[in-house]
Design a binder for this molecule. Structure first.
Ligand SMILES: [Zn+2]
Length: 234
């Protein structure tokens, strides 16, 4: 697909009476789009011929949504400097006199002379390895239930994904979102079982739902809970 040529500039817009800096991306598109990026920046994607007052009225029409997203992003940033969400619980960072990065059930020990960047790199490494181990164990545990269908065991790929918790590819991969490790164990299990059920049923039809009920009788309640969360937890 052809990429759009776009021009980027900074503008100030009024959001619910407050002046807010936004990134404006103008291109030969037709529709108007807005987004709050994970860094908490407001981004407007608009057609080239857009006039200034069109921009402001577009923003005004969505100001409640923008305010909510900006404040959620601020909360998340404040929280992530002090703690992380791990298996459904908030686990705080604690400065440690030992020169070792260590994650336990209740604390994340960070060498006291490290800066935030070193800490985040160590956490990312730990997170990737730990989520892979945990997902692999869950697949091991559930595999006997699916093996009976004579299907090949899918290969696990752990990824960071913005919009999905997991997916099953027809080429034999089960892709799971690293961010799942933030959720409680029963929700991680829900996603793993959901993807494994796709080995048998590619859609979400009656056959799929019956198999889910056989495996996890309370899957609908778990589904409701996970649907309240966004895949972009981290
Ligand atoms: Zn599905």
């Amino acid at each position: 697909m052809k990429q759009r040529k776009s021009y980027r500039q900074e503008i100030w817009v009024d959001v619910a009476g407050e002046s807010i800096k936004a990134a404006l991306l103008l291109s030969d598109r037709r529709s108007m789009r807005l987004q709050v990026t994970p860094d908490g920046e407001l981004e407007l994607r608009l057609p080239l011929q857009c006039r200034e007052r069109d921009i402001q009225s577009f923003v005004t029409a969505h100001q409640q949504w923008i305010t909510e997203r900006l404040s959620a992003s601020k909360d998340r940033q404040a929280r992530s400097s002090k703690a992380v969400l791990l298996l459904g619980r908030e686990v705080p960072f604690v400065a440690s006199a030992l020169n070792e990065f260590l994650v336990t059930d209740t604390h994340i020990w960070v060498p006291e002379n490290w800066d935030d960047e070193q800490r985040d790199r160590a956490l990312e490494r730990w997170w990737r390895g730990h989520s892979r181990d945990r997902f692999e164990r869950l697949i091991d545990q559930w595999w006997p239930r699916f093996e009976v269908y004579g299907v090949a065991r899918p290969t696990l790929r752990v990824k960071r994904m913005r919009t999905r918790w997991g997916s099953l590819s027809k080429r034999g991969y089960i892709n799971l979102n690293m961010s799942l490790l933030s959720l409680s164990e029963d929700l991680i299990e829900l996603v793993v079982v959901h993807e494994l059920c796709h080995l048998r049923h590619f859609d979400h039809g009656a056959g799929f739902r019956a198999l889910m009920s056989e495996c996890l009788p309370d899957w609908r309640q778990r589904d409701k809970r996970i649907n309240l969360l966004s895949a972009d937890v981290l």
